[in-house]
Ligand binder design. Structure first.
Ligand code: NAD
Ligand code: GLY
Length: 363
C-alpha cells in the first residue's frame, strides 16, 4: 500500500493508494462510530458502488445519509450544490458532519465546494473513482462549480481530510473517460518531470490496458508531484501551482465554447497543451522536435492534438480572457520551456496566441 502525505502550512492529510479498498473502506477513513456522514455520488456510480460503501460505513457504526446527483459536467453547478445543501439540511447535519465524495472530478469538486460552504465549512473526504480524479482533482483542495461563461469560476480552497484511491474503480471506467485522465497524467510529465515523460513513452500501452503495476506507479508518481506542488503553493500564489494548469486556459475555452460535457476535460487539456507548446515555439523557447514528441504520446494515448474544427482560432480569446490567471486584464499562460519544465508567462500578444492555435490546427 502506498501512502503519500499532503502537507501544507495548516493541513496535513494522507493519500492512500491500493486495490480492493472499497469493501473495507471505513478502516481507511478518519471516522469513528456515531460520526455523521453525507455520502455524495451520482446516478452512474450509485448502482456500482453505493451499497458496498454503505455496508462498510454502517458496519463500523457510522451514521450515513446519501445524496445521488445526476451525472454530468453540466451538474457541477448551483443546482447540484443546492441539492447537496437540501439533503444536509433535511437530514439535520450539523458542523460535525463529514461529506464523502464518491466519484470523479465533478462529484469531487462539487462536494468539496459544498463542504467549504455548509455551515461555513465542514470536513470532507475524497474517494476518487476516475483516473483524472485519482491523479489530480481529488488532491490539493481546489473545489468549484462552473459558470455559464467560464469553468470553475465559483469556488474555494478547502482541503480534504483524506484521499482514498482504490485502483479497482478504474476497471469499470469507460474507455473515453480513462483516456481523458491520461491527459492530466501527461500534463504532469510535460510540466514537471522529463523522466516521467520517458516512462510514459515506454509504458503507455500498459496503462491503456489498465495494468495494475503500471497504474500503481503512474498514479503514485502523479500524487507525489501534486503533493510537492501543493506543499509549496497551496493557494496558487507564487506561480508554482499554476504550472499544473498547462494547457488549461486553451482547454477551458473549448469546454465552455462547445458546451459543458461535449468535449471531456482531458481531451480539451490535451489539445490545449499542443497549443501551449506551439505558443512557446513561436516565442522561441520550445523545439519542434519536442512538440512532435508530445503529439506522438497524446495520439498513442488516444487523445486529440488540436481543438474542434468548428472553433476558429480567434474565438478562443474571449473565453481565455476570463481565465482565473488573468491579472489586471492581462492573459497569463503556462508554457513549456522543455519536456519536463514549464513557466508562467504574461505579456504574450494576442496575435501570437491566435497563430499558435492555427498552427495546432494545421500541423
Ligand atoms: P467526471 O467526474 O464527469 O467522471 C467521468 C464519467 O465517468 C462520469 O460519467 C462518471 O459518472 C463516470 N465514472 C466515474 N467513475 C467511474 C467508475 N469507476 N466506473 C464507471 N463510471 C465512472 O469527470 P472527471 O474527468 O473525473 O473530472 C472532470 C472534472 O474535474 C472537471 O470538472 C474538471 O474541471 C475537474 N478537475 C478538477 C481539478 C481540481 O484540482 N479540483 C483538477 C482537474 C480536473
Ligand atoms: N488541477 C490543477 C491544480 O490543482 O492546481
Amino acid at each position: 500500500m502506498a501512502k503519500i502525505i499532503v502537507k501544507t502550512e495548516r493541513y496535513s492529510y494522507p493519500i492512500t493508494i491500493e486495490t480492493g479498498l472499497i469493501h473495507n473502506l471505513a478502516s481507511f477513513l478518519p471516522l469513528k462510530a456515531n460520526d455523521q456522514v453525507m455520502l455524495v455520488t451520482n446516478q452512474t456510480l450509485a448502482p456500482l458502488y453505493l451499497k458496498s460503501l454503505l455496508i462498510t460505513l454502517e458496519g463500523n457504526g457510522i451514521k450515513v445519509d446519501h445524496v445521488v446527483l445526476p451525472d454530468g459536467e453540466q451538474y457541477k453547478s448551483l443546482t447540484g450544490l443546492e441539492q447537496i445543501f437540501a439533503s444536509l439540511s433535511e437530514k439535520f447535519h450539523g458542523r460535525g458532519t463529514t461529506l464523502i465524495a464518491l466519484g470523479g472530478g465533478v462529484i469531487g469538486d462539487l462536494t468539496g465546494f459544498a463542504a467549504a460552504c455548509y455551515q461555513r465549512g465542514v470536513r470532507f473526504i475524497q474517494v476518487p473513482t476516475t483516473l483524472l480524479a485519482q491523479v489530480d482533482a481529488a488532491i490539493g483542495g481546489k473545489t468549484a462549480i462552473n459558470h455559464a461563461m467560464s469553468k470553475n469560476m465559483i469556488g474555494a480552497f478547502h482541503q480534504p481530510i483524506s484521499v482514498v484511491i482504490d485502483l479497482d474503480f478504474l476497471q469499470t471506467l469507460p474507455k473515453s473517460e480513462f483516456i481523458s485522465g491520461l491527459a492530466e497524467v501527461i500534463k504532469y510529465a510535460i510540466a514537471l518531470d522529463s523522466d516521467f515523460f520517458v516512462w510514459l513513452e515506454n509504458n503507455i500501452e500498459d496503462l491503456l490496458a489498465r495494468d495494475t503495476t503500471a497504474l500503481r506507479y503512474c498514479i503514485r508518481r502523479c500524487c507525489e508531484l501534486k503533493a510537492g506542488i501543493v506543499a509549496i503553493d497551496e493557494r496558487e500564489e507564487n506561480g508554482q501551482r499554476a504550472l499544473l494548469n498547462l494547457g488549461h486556459t486553451y482547454g477551458h475555452a473549448i469546454e465552455v465554447a462547445m458546451g459543458y460535457g461535449t468535449w471531456l476535460h482531458g481531451q480539451a487539456v490535451a489539445a490545449g497543451m499542443v497549443m501551449a507548446a506551439e505558443t512557446a515555439k513561436l516565442l522561441g523557447q520550445f523545439a519542434t522536435a519536442d512538440i512532435e514528441r508530445i503529439k506522438v504520446l497524446l495520439l498513442r494515448a488516444g487523445l486529440p492534438t488540436h481543438g474542434p474544427d468548428t472553433m476558429t482560432a480567434e474565438c478562443y480569446l474571449p473565453y481565455m480572457q476570463r481565465d482565473k490567471k488573468v491579472l489586471a486584464g492581462e492573459l497569463r499562460l503556462i508554457l513549456p520551456t522543455g519536456i519536463g519544465q514549464s513557466e508562467i508567462r504574461s505579456g504574450i500578444p494576442s496575435h501570437i496566441v491566435i497563430k499558435a492555435i492555427k498552427h495546432s490546427q494545421i500541423s
